[in-house]
Design a protein around this ligand. Structure first.
Ligand code: PBG
Length: 369
């Protein structure tokens, strides 16, 4: 028998009960905070399309990393955004030993020991054309030529202190090329977090503003995945696991929760989900207008990503979440408020029979509702 024996509302009656039976938890330990690096010293430039997110010069980024570590965030993901004049056709700056990511890795490795350092391994922030690899005469990204440069970049990042390298360019064979290069150079302990199922997505818009990496022509649909597909995402992740990925990723997250679930069920390595810039900025923009509650929305989104099956979440809310996740919902205060309001209502003299307001005229049915 179901009702009246079973009443699911019993366990929803108080915050304490709800907490006891909660099925999914986002923990600070699940979070990876992206950090954008720029040239200069003492720089902290707010990114217009991503309120509250900055580009930091290396010295300032180290301070930010210390703060994140003190908030118990276990890992950062580093993106270099070098000055225009250091960009070229292939993105050589990506593997320069004095590149922004390399410098930040060395400084953080020394000054924030214990923080897991992940380096984004891609070229779009380093090429003049903004594509993620080497172009051929027909202006297409050449897969196998790009692999050679990915190997150079990963080794250079490993040498600078990266715990994990994170190839995000969706080149075929990237994981294998990087694994072989790292092992040959003696970096057998440096891991690979592969952006395995990375879709060509409109949700990257604000990031491209942050990373100055909008392609100067065309788009990335020849290498990033078509968002209509899910089986292909499973194949991409399976191949990356075979090639030696230690962690796989689905990106973006919010419109791809089904993909996260499918991948979770088909591979047995940790799964990261990238809660990308557009997913962040659209909430920020709506919150600014008072249309949505940022904190509650961020908690709901990140919990949804975990519930879908992600183990790790890369998110621009990492720092805020470190605080928000520790807070308890303000239930006692709500109760007090409720009681006060009830008392107020009780003292008001309500006419025994309030006149009924006239019925509004019936609105015609609207299309689409
Ligand atoms: C490419 C890269 C991108 C993001 C991370 N790495 C953008 C792209 O493919 O255009 C997007 C991250 C975000 O939107 O938050 N190296």
């Amino acid at each position: 028998m179901s009702f009246p024996i079973h009443r699911l509302r019993r366990l929803r009656r108080s915050e304490g009960l709800r907490r006891l039976v909660r099925e999914t938890h986002v923990r600070v330990g699940d979070l990876i905070a992206p950090i954008f690096l720029c040239d200069g010293e003492g720089q902290r430039q707010e990114i217009p399309s991503m309120p509250g997110i900055y580009r930091y010069s290396v010295d300032a980024a180290v301070e930010e990393a210390k703060l994140l570590y003190s908030l118990k965030i276990p890992a950062v993901l580093l993106f270099g955004v070098p000055h225009e004049r250091r960009k070229d056709g292939v993105g050589k700056e990506a593997w320069a030993s004095d590149g922004l990511v390399q410098k930040a890795l060395r400084a953080m490795h020394e000054q924030v020991p214990g923080l897991v350092l992940i380096a984004d391994t891609c070229f779009c922030e380093y090429t003049e054309h903004g594509h993620c690899g080497v172009l051929n005469a027909g202006k297409e990204v050449q897969n196998d030529r790009t692999l050679e440069n990915l190997a150079l970049t990963a080794v250079s990042q490993a040498r600078s202190g990266a715990d994990l390298v994170a190839p995000s360019g969706m080149m075929d064979g990237a994981v294998q090329a990087i694994r072989t290069a790292l092992d040959t150079q003696g970096f057998t302990d440096v891991g690979i977090m592969a952006y395995s199922a990375k879709y060509a997505s409109a949700f990257y818009g604000p990031f491209r503003d942050a990373a100055d990496s909008t392609p100067s022509f065309g788009d990335r649909r020849q290498y990033q995945m078509d968002f209509h597909n899910i089986r292909e995402a499973v194949r991409e992740t399976e191949l990356d696991v075979e090639e030696g990925a230690d962690i796989v990723m689905v990106k973006p997250a919010l419109a791809y929760l089904d993909v996260i679930r499918a991948v979770r069920e088909s591979v047995h390595v940790p799964l990261a989900a990238y809660n990308v810039s557009g997913e962040f900025s659209m909430v920020k923009a709506a919150a600014k207008r008072g249309w949505i509650d940022e904190k509650r929305t961020a908690l709901e989104i990140t919990t949804g990503i975990k519930r879908a099956g992600a183990d790790l979440i890369i998110t621009y809310w990492a720092k805020d979440l470190a605080t928000w996740l520790e807070e308890l919902p303000a239930e006692p205060a709500d109760k007090k408020k409720e009681a006060a309001e009830a008392a107020k209502r009780a003292t008001k003299v309500v006419p025994a029979e309030a006149p009924k307001p006239p019925k509004p005229p019936k609105a015609p049915p609207q299309a689409g509702t």
